[in-house]
Design a protein around this ligand. Structure first.
Ligand SMILES: [Zn+2]
Length: 503
């Protein structure tokens, strides 16, 4: 899912709030809809502090990009994060180290740089701009073997990269005269994380590539992101490498996150746990299988047409939440009808909720007219002549009273007990576009946030009705209207009176 508008929304929040009251995330997308689409998440804490730039995915190294990705969802108490989970999306999806050239060798300036209009250069230019606004850079990778300061074996030696924290130099003096004690900070981080790593082989080491030195074993690092950040912007920059020999992705990401967390704490960047972000629940679609066939995806507020007697099963609810979702087929089953089979013979509505909040509905309609309902409605109905010409208006209203379907002709009156509950299911004939007609229980507000005069699908209790909107203002006679635009196309009365019920 995309949140192109989230920046705007958050700007709105900022304008509303005096000072910074909320932790905020601004999500920007560069090169949208290209293969190298670049997503940047800027997370501002409630209190100001250092800004850490976390870059993953310059290479096809999942320990790097999967770890960075987790931090895009952080909320911060203090300090700021700029997270680029997938700097080089083409290498990730194609699983190649490079497309045109190695992105982590493209951080060069001026005369060294031969412009070739490769996408890697465009991405690198954005990353440079992000460095300019940061206090520290973490560049996340997976490397081969295990780095060791002295030769132990073919896979464990000074030229391997796995399980190390990399600097380009032990200390660096910025043009402004500040001394950056990179090596000292790495040693402090190692002393915090290594005691928690049970497998001795996986403990991390400090790898100073001495990138400036003429006898550096890694002169190629002069084109790297860390070297550029350090020399051009005077900010601390570290490479973090988990080992490609560690097969468990979980374990690699765990190691990366231990190190990122330790760096964040060392720089005074403090998270809020858990991140609080309550979005309005919104149904996208339901997957509904009919008679056991491959399921249809039915978008919110659309209609699925079935034959009377067909068996349906709601297989999946797609919404902006994954937990707390239920689908309730009105008149059938129980509160949650997900993954259950039902034979349907009447039009009905599937109400989708997240916890107690309605987040969407799907209409079920019949392809051919249903067989006449055997349910008795006479006792609770006083048929009257419709005052509207039937060919233009609504013939009847389908209303569930305590799960019994009642068909009330337009102009008629439904009598219910104060204890009853009522759900307006639909009108007949069905309009070609169900959304063009609104069915309004005058005196009931279905959507509390926005009264859209559309009350189909809600459970209506007489005690929730607004007495002053009743027809006689005494709270015992109401009306349900069907309107196409401004035109009334049908109405029924609802009278509430205590009915002598047989037990
Ligand atoms: Zn790498």
């Amino acid at each position: 899912m995309r949140f192109r508008a989230s920046g705007l929304f958050l700007l709105f929040l900022v304008l509303l709030s005096p000072g910074r009251l909320f932790a905020e995330t601004d999500h920007k997308i560069y090169f949208a809809d290209t293969d190298y689409e670049l997503h940047v998440f800027e997370i501002k804490g409630e209190y100001p502090g250092n800004t850490m730039l976390i870059i993953g995915g310059m290479h096809n190294e999942p320990g790097g990009y999967l770890s960075a990705d987790l931090y895009a969802d952080f909320s911060l108490h203090q300090g700021n994060l700029i997270v680029v989970p997938r700097a080089n999306f083409p290498v990730i999806i194609s699983n190649n180290r490079k497309i045109h050239s190695d992105m982590n060798r493209k951080f060069v300036n001026g005369t060294h740089r031969k412009s070739s209009h490769e996408y890697e250069e465009s991405v690198v230019e954005i990353l440079k701009q992000l460095m300019a606004r940061s206090d520290v850079l973490l560049n996340l990778h997976d490397g081969s073997g295990y780095y060791r300061p002295t030769y132990e074996s073919r896979m464990k030696n000074p030229l391997r990269w796995g399980q190390c924290i990399i600097t380009d130099t032990d200390t660096f003096v910025t043009p402004g005269g500040r001394t950056l004690a990179l090596g000292e900070r790495v040693q402090r981080i190692l002393s915090i994380i290594n005691p928690d790593i049970r497998n001795g082989e996986h403990r991390f080491h400090y790898n100073n590539t001495r990138t400036f030195d003429n006898d550096s074993p890694h002169k190629e690092q002069r084109g790297s992101a860390t070297y550029y950040a350090l020399t051009e912007y005077g900010i601390e920059a570290y490479g973090i490498e988990t080992s490609k020999e560690i097969r468990s992705l979980d374990l690699k990401v765990r190691y990366q996150s231990m190190i990122i967390n330790a760096f964040m704490k060392d720089f005074g960047i403090l998270p809020n746990n858990p991140k609080v972000q309550i979005q309005k629940p919104q149904l996208q679609y339901l997957l509904i299988s009919v008679n056991g066939a491959f399921p249809y995806g039915v978008p919110n507020r659309k209609t699925l047409f079935v034959n009377p007697g067909d068996t349906i099963r709601i297989e999946h609810i797609a919404a902006n939440y994954e937990r707390g979702l239920v689908a309730d087929i009105l008149g059938l089953g129980s509160l949650n009808d997900l993954n259950k089979k039902f034979s349907v013979s009447q039009p009905t509505t599937i109400l989708v909720k997240k916890d107690r909040f309605e987040c969407g509905k799907i209409f079920l309609a019949m392809k051919s007219p249903p067989v006449k309902s055997s349910l008795s409605t006479a006792a609770a109905m006083e048929p009257q002549k419709s005052s509207l010409p039937p060919e233009k208006g609504v013939l009847e209203f389908l209303i569930l009273v305590n799960n019994d379907l009642k068909k009330i002709p337009s102009g008629g009156t439904l009598v219910i007990d104060p204890e009853d509950t009522l759900v307006i299911q639909d009108i007949r004939p069905r309009p070609a576009d169900p959304n063009k007609v609104k069915v309004n229980f005058v005196g009931f507000v279905g959507n509390k946030r926005f009264n859209d005069a559309e009350d189909r699908g809600y459970r209506i209790h007489p005690q929730d009705l607004w007495k002053r909107h009743s027809k006689n203002r005494e709270g015992n006679l109401y009306r349900i209207e069907a309107n196409r635009g401004e035109t009334l196309i049908g109405e029924v009365n609802v009278r509430i009176e205590t009915l002598g019920k047989t037990p």
